[in-house]
Write a protein that binds this ligand. Structure first.
Ligand SMILES: Cc1cc2nc3c(=O)[nH]c(=O)nc-3n(C[C@H](O)[C@H](O)[C@H](O)COP(=O)(O)OP(=O)(O)OC[C@H]3O[C@@H](n4cnc5c(N)ncnc54)[C@H](O)[C@@H]3O)c2cc1C
Length: 403
């Protein structure tokens, strides 16, 4: 019988981080993923500055330095009327984050977990769970194409199965569907400086935005995201809209006119509503996007996946030490998630709604062109250099509304 202290389902940033911290703490942990790594994940590949610090804490500092992933130092934002503002960081030493292909990022975190002592089971899709006792779960999974079956046992389960949360859903912990959707493609021979990261609140894309996130050697990740409800409207075709953005948006044209798309245009949903997921149950913790942790303002979910993976691991270590795996005991995790992420996301969600009004977004860009402090606050919040609470500074919302 294959038996562990903790089984983690999902080898993305949330699950791999949880497995890393559990293994480091001496727990016997198995990380299960239905795919084979390195595996790609449809994403913009934008890793915010705070997440780089977290990666360094997982001993990935050297890996970051060796690979010298692009670290854009300038931002270009445009509003729905086409007016744009160019932003440089206040402190030139400050970095807006890096653009790291998920094929590499996820593999790096996963290998740190393995190096720390986690057992990796790839190509295993978890399909069933039975609670045999207060400290014993039996999990069943199937191998590729449903050909082989296996059983695993553990005291605790951490689900980190991403936006679809298909396994977490079978536990009755997820209500509703993902609320956002985004698509992206990779391009080569992209014009313009590698240091310039672009976010365009294009009128055809709103509510939502299109991005050009430059990688090294003239490549870029280009995509757009919006609300699922908008994408289902008859006049809104995600793929067509991205093609139109690339061909017609004046800023995109400057960079992408001569560029070549490499690989397919791929889409994926995003889950940014924490209230739709119960993050604890007896013997179970939910982490990452499965827990609805994507930032509703910008679609960023790697950072919160890493944060929640570490928090879930800490909670699991405490449960293993106490021998208490009940929902009541594990609920500290849910409270900490609310404190560390929920409050930020509440404000970010309000800002998203304000900026979804084209007239307000236009006024915000116009004001940002001549009001340095306003520009630094607004766009630093959008790229997460500042927390969303920065918009509560005296006068900011008034300026946003008044233009
Ligand atoms: C187009 C797009 C652009 C985005 N851009 C950005 C960005 O620039 N920056 C950013 O921070 N975020 C971005 N996001 C969000 C980000 O990609 C996710 O929030 C992030 O991947 C969440 O990590 P995770 O570990 O929770 O889940 P995932 O990375 O989705 O990993 C989940 C894993 O679970 C596995 N799995 C699922 N079910 C099972 C099962 N039953 N058994 C075994 N394994 C299973 C899957 O194979 C997968 O490997 C973007 C999303 C999209 C769609």
């Amino acid at each position: 019988m294959e038996s562990y202290d903790v089984i983690v389902v999902g080898g993305g940033p949330a699950g791999a981080t949880a497995a890393y911290f559990l293994a480091r703490a001496g727990a016997k942990v198995c990380l299960v993923d239905k795919q084979t790594f390195p595996r790609d994940k449809v994403c913009g590949d934008g890793v915010v500055a705070a997440s780089l610090t977290r990666l360094e804490q997982m001993n990935l500092g050297e890996w970051l330095a060796q690979n010298s992933f692009n670290a854009p130092g300038e931002l270009l934002f445009s509003g729905p009327n086409g007016e744009a503002v160019h932003i440089l960081p206040d402190d030139r030493e400050r970095c807006y984050g890096r653009v790291i292909p998920r094929l590499q990022l996820d593999e790096a975190i996963l290998q740190q977990a393995v190096k720390a002592g986690a057992t990796l089971r790839e190509e295993v899709k978890l399909t069933g769970i039975t609670r045999l006792a207060a400290d014993q779960l039996q999990l069943s999974g199937e191998g590729k194409n449903g050909r082989s079956h296996l059983q695993l046992h553990s005291k605790l389960l951490i689900t980190a199965d991403g936006a679809h949360a298909s396994f977490t859903r079978t536990l009755g912990l997820v209500k509703g569907q993902p609320d956002l959707v985004a698509i992206r493609a990779y391009f080569e021979d992209v014009a313009g400086p590698e240091s310039l990261l672009e976010i365009h609140y294009d009128r055809h894309v709103m509510p939502g935005y299109a991005w050009i996130f430059p990688l090294r050697n003239g490549a870029a990740n280009v995509g757009l995201g919006t609300q699922v409800s908008r994408s289902r409207q008859r006049d809104y075709d995600l793929k067509e809209n991205l093609r139109r953005f690339i061909k017609n948006n004046p800023y995109a044209k400057l960079r992408l006119d001569q560029a070549k798309m490499v690989g397919p245009l791929r889409g994926h949903p995003l889950r940014s509503q924490m209230k739709t997921v119960a993050t604890v149950a007896d013997n179970v913790l939910v982490a990452g996007e499965a827990a609805g942790l994507v930032n509703p303002l910008n679609g960023e979910g790697i950072g919160t996946a890493i944060i929640s993976g570490e928090l879930a691991a800490r909670q699991a270590v405490a449960a293993l030490a106490s021998g208490n795996f009940s929902k009541g005991y594990l609920s500290d995790y849910a409270r900490t998630l609310q404190q560390q992420i929920g409050r930020h996301h509440l404000i970010a969600g309000i800002l998203r709604q304000l900026l979804a009004v084209p007239g307000l977004m236009n006024r915000a860009v116009r004001r940002a062109r001549h009001d340095h402090d306003f520009a630094q606050t607004l766009f630093s919040v959008i790229v997460e250099v500042k927390p969303p609470s920065a918009i509560l500074a005296p006068g900011f919302v008034l300026k946003l509304l008044a233009g």
